[in-house]
Design a protein around this ligand. Structure first.
Ligand SMILES: C[S@@+](CC[C@H](N)C(=O)[O-])C[C@H]1O[C@@H](n2cnc3c(N)ncnc32)[C@H](O)[C@@H]1O
Length: 201
């Protein structure tokens, strides 16, 4: 699917190096300040733009039933190989409409959007938020980590105002559960991460 998904620009050709980078940090390091907001008992969980499945596999080890959506075939193949011993459902699908996932009729108690949202332009973000909110089960949690700062060459990335994300989520019926930020775990100059968690009614 990645030939037709603008947000994945640059990921396929760099997949081997990126796989190493993504797996060099842990789920706990990436999500540390947010973990207490994630469901404690097993739920159906969705990792959107899962990359190599680092977080999806960690969620599965915690007992959740996990779907990993990744449109870049090269990253998905790394993920299927690296986490072959973990029960994950991998799907080739993409925001903003997630047509494959939408056709399955599932709802999720936890949705992760980690380092993905800034790849969508404004119109895609508006559509994407409606898509994602509709996938949440009642009381479900949506956790978003959004990058700002310099754009790596060859990538398609936008500056996403945090207020816009909050407004889109609220317009889709979600409530803010956490709003914060953190430094870059890889120490890249000027890179910052906004962390947002939302709850479904
Ligand atoms: C920086 S990587 C993050 C991967 C993973 N979530 C992590 O934290 O390691 C961004 C991911 O978003 C995916 N992506 C880009 N555009 C997308 C879209 N429109 N829908 C879904 N995923 C997308 C890319 O293929 C890539 O795997």
């Amino acid at each position: 699917m990645n030939d037709t998904v603008a947000g994945t620009q640059g990921y396929g050709v760099e997949a081997d190096a990126l796989a190493e980078q993504y797996e060099s940090v842990t789920f706990e390091e990436v999500h540390g300040a947010l973990l207490h907001l994630y469901p404690a008992s097993p739920v159906r969980a969705l990792d959107l733009g899962a990359g190599t499945g680092r977080d999806a596999a960690a969620l599965a080890r915690l007992g959740h039933t996990v779907t990993a959506v990744e449109p870049t075939a090269e990253l998905r193949l790394h993920g299927e190989r690296l986490h072959a011993d973990t029960a994950l459902t991998w799907l080739d699908d993409a925001l903003p409409d997630l047509p494959v996932l939408a056709g399955r009729g599932e709802r999720f108690g936890l949705i992760l959007l980690t380092a993905v949202w800034m790849h969508l332009d404004a119109a895609e973000r508006a559509r994407g938020m409606r898509t994602v909110a509709a996938l949440l089960a009642p009381g479900g949690t949506l956790a978003m980590t959004v990058r700002s700062g310099p754009v790596p060459s060859g990538r398609r990335m936008f500056d996403v105002p945090e207020d816009e994300t909050v407004a889109l989520a609220e317009a889709a019926g979600l409530r803010v559960a956490h709003r914060g930020g953190r430094a870059d775990l890889h120490g890249r100059p000027g890179v910052r991460w906004s962390e947002l968690v939302f709850s479904a009614p």
